[in-house]
Structure formats: structure tokens, C-alpha cells
Design a protein around this ligand. Structure first.
Ligand code: SF4
Length: 254
């Protein structure tokens, strides 16, 4: 295995991009990951991490360690915030434990996108940064008014809070505080506000390809999920989004 990558470098494949790695699908997704690695691809493994899932992948992929960068999505250190926006995803302590485990043997990075609690991002970074070998990406909640569908007063209030926290003024203040941080990278949603050139759209900031998904649906059921919205726009059905359908024929291929 001669292929390796440098910190911050774009990888071959981001996996997954429209579901997550969960205890329900790990048999299927682990097979897919190992097939992609055996074919020589470098992988950006993206997840709101479950400790059992990351522990298993760390063991099963050990021979391909040099080809993997983990990127854990942690948008807040506040469990109340996480539980509201990402109702079935792990809470902060489990995500942090997954990061601590992975960084012992693998390269690690963080996606704070969407930043669910922008005023407390510095506190979040302080907790995560010691376990990050690569980069921490910060981005806003994109297309929130299209992807989030408030039904109750609390829904309206929570969305309003996120939007109020990601105004150009608030974003610029955060950027000025953190722009010299050597590990922080800014997603295009922030780069546009502070006048930096765009670095790509969606996964193109991180990987050359992202179409290797082998699960349809996602049990995490995040309220801002763009993948669910894409399915809804195509089929006008979201009723079975949280039931993960395993696409074994896709998992068996690299
Ligand atoms: S529900 Fe959507 S945003 Fe949340 S982890 Fe799953 S695919 Fe990602």
C-alpha cells in the first residue's frame, strides 16, 4: 500500500454522503468500506459517530490505516441542542469518546457543520482540538428555510435561534477570533461572508467522489437533513426515511 495523503489534502472518496454509519447498517457499510480500501482508494469516513461503530471500524480497517481520515460531525457540545436537531444521533460524550479512540491510531478531523450553537463554537473547539490530527471545518446551516420544516412553536424558536446566531455580523466576529488557528478551515457558507474565495461545493471541498452510498435512509433523522429533502423533492415521500434499507449489491462492489 503506497498511497497516502497529507493533512488537509482532498481524498478520493467521501463516504457516506447521504446516510451515516450506524449500528443498524455497520455490517453492510463496513463491507463497503473494506472493498473501497482494498481497491486502493483514500477514504474520508464521515459520521456522527457511535462508539461501537468506530471501535469496530478501527479494528477491521487497521491494515488500511494510512488510507483513512475520520471526520466526525459534532455541531455542539450541548446535549440539549444535539438532541433537538439530531434526535437519534449519539450525544456529545459518545462522539468525543469516538474521537478519542480513533485518534489513537488514525488521522482525525471534525466537521462543525452545521454549527448548531455558533456562540459556543470556541468552547467546542477547545474540547475537540487535542484529539484532532488534521483539520476542523466550520460551516453554517445551509438552506435552513428549505430543509427544516417547523411544526410547533419550539421548532419555530429553535430555527430562529440558529438563524439569529449565523448572521453576517456574528460569523465575522467568529472568523476574526479564529482565523489564525492552524487547524481551522472554513466552509463556503462562511467563506462567502468573510470574502474568501470558494473552495468547492458540498463534498467537493473534501473529496473527489461521494456517490458510493450503500444505505437508503438514516435513523439519525436530523431536522436539517439535506439528503431526506432531496428524496422528498424527488418522490414526495419521507415516511420511511428513518428505516435504513441496506443495499447489499452496492456494498459488495468497490
Ligand atoms: S439524518 Fe441526514 S444529516 Fe443526519 S446523519 Fe443522517 S444523512 Fe446525515
Amino acid at each position: 500500500m503506497s498511497k497516502t495523503f497529507k493533512p488537509g489534502e482532498m481524498l478520493d472518496i467521501m463516504f457516506p454522503s447521504s446516510h451515516d454509519l450506524t449500528p443498524t447498517n455497520i455490517e453492510c457499510t463496513s463491507l463497503k468500506i473494506r472493498n473501497l480500501l482494498a481497491a486502493g482508494n483514500t477514504l474520508l469516513l464521515v459520521s456522527k459517530p457511535h462508539l461501537s461503530v468506530i471501535s469496530r471500524l478501527c479494528e477491521e480497517c487497521a491494515a488500511y490505516r494510512a488510507l483513512i481520515l475520520f471526520r466526525f460531525t459534532i455541531g455542539s457540545d450541548d446535549d440539549g441542542v444535539l438532541q433537538y436537531w439530531e434526535p437519534n444521533a449519539p450525544l456529545f460524550a459518545e462522539r468525543l469518546a469516538s474521537l478519542e479512540l480513533a485518534c489513537k491510531r488514525y488521522r482525525t478531523s471534525i466537521s462543525i457543520e452545521p454549527a448548531l450553537d455558533l456562540p459556543n463554537v470556541e468552547r467546542l473547539i477547545e474540547k475537540l482540538e487535542p484529539h484532532v490530527t488534521d483539520t476542523l471545518w466550520i460551516g453554517l446551516m445551509n438552506r435552513a428555510r428549505n430543509n427544516v420544516h417547523p411544526k410547533t412553536k419550539r421548532d419555530v424558536d429553535e430555527l430562529a435561534k440558529v438563524l439569529a446566531n449565523q448572521t453576517p455580523e456574528q460569523v465575522t466576529i467568529l472568523y476574526e477570533k479564529l482565523k489564525a488557528h492552524p487547524k481551522i478551515q472554513w466552509k463556503d457558507s462562511i467563506r462567502e461572508i468573510v470574502g474568501l474565495p470558494a473552495c468547492g461545493k458540498g463534498t467537493k471541498e473534501w473529496a473527489r467522489r461521494s456517490n458510493k452510498n450503500c444505505v437508503l435512509g438514516c435513523s439519525h433523522n436530523c431536522r436539517y437533513c439535506y439528503a431526506r429533502q432531496i428524496i422528498f423533492n424527488r418522490t414526495h415521500r419521507t415516511d420511511d426515511w428513518t428505516t435504513e434499507k441496506l443495499l447489499w449489491d452496492k456494498a459488495k462492489k468497490a
